[in-house]
Design a protein. Sequence first.
Length: 385
Amino acid sequence: MKTSSFGGHEIYQTDSALTNVDSNVIFESYDINKKNEIQTKLKNLGIYEFEQVCSIDNTKSSEFLRSYLAINKSEYENLIEYSKNVIGEDGLLNLKQSVVFNKGLGAVKPDSNLLLESIDIERVKQVTDGVSDDFLYAVVRAQSLVLSNLQSVSDYTNCICPFHNFLPIKNQGNRGTCVAFSITASNEYYQMKKIGRNDLSEQHLYYEAKQIDGDNNCGTTIANAIKVISRQGQSREQFWAYRPTTECNDHGNKPILADLDSQFFKAACLELDSHDIEIFKAAIISGGFISFSIPVYNSWVNSNEVNRTGRITLPLPDERVIGGHAMTIVGFQNDDNFPGGGFFLFRNSWGLSWAKESPYGQGFGIIPFEYITQHCWEAFTLINT
């Protein structure tokens, strides 16, 4: 059985693994067209390997998967049993050991597109509220650069932000602070290219975003965190250390020096049309990380195969949203085998145990273009000019 670059057992082979089984056929009552239809349905979700099938079966979304494939309970059980046989005992043990604890979420879906007045008209908008005149010029230049690179996006089949792996993968713990971690990664990359490496404070950013929120709910929007970065900046970690094990909004007292230090770490921010793949690509080509937020579903967040490799799959029909999460895009790859024609490479904030066997590095995952076009809530980029 052929294995992929992710170390899994591929479903889609020229000899068709689903059809060339001996006496223990999976869908013995189906003709080849039905079997191909099932394979196509799996592929449309971004499911390419038997490990992915087994892992979804172990989540609370298994019934949604069976319903989506339009097969009866016996046929579904045959599929799972065959998948386990293909993976083997060692592979199943590896999956079982890929559990990741303390995967905090915390992205809040905005009530509306907070800054873009019409995403049908403006594909990228400057974040200028409360920004000084000197800083405004940098924002305008950043917008011009992204829109200029939009014209040449078709010339790129892939692109990764240079030195994207110079910054360490962090761990938010079980707190709902993913937005602060996503924006901090973008700001640290922005500042690294501007003045050098600095470890910035997620705690300071999250605290200030919650002041804008004006509530005590766990989590925040990317838009409010961006307002903090644009107006007052973000202090360094040494002035306000992040604690991953406290309650979500247990900030403690703000250190006096945090606000003084933060003014040196502002950033030029742009809001992107959150469903526009081409403008995402243009931002990456322009050299900016993209902080984005999406709804979270059981079928991937509780999948041990996603924990192992970082490959996010599309939600199953009728699956319920269980939260929101923000991550940071650092590259893209066009690939017609993926839903939407390719995938984005992103860095997460769940430590090095998540995606520990990702070919892109521990803590890095991929998400299909179609997940962004269909489900993305917010997207912002920070561009050096």
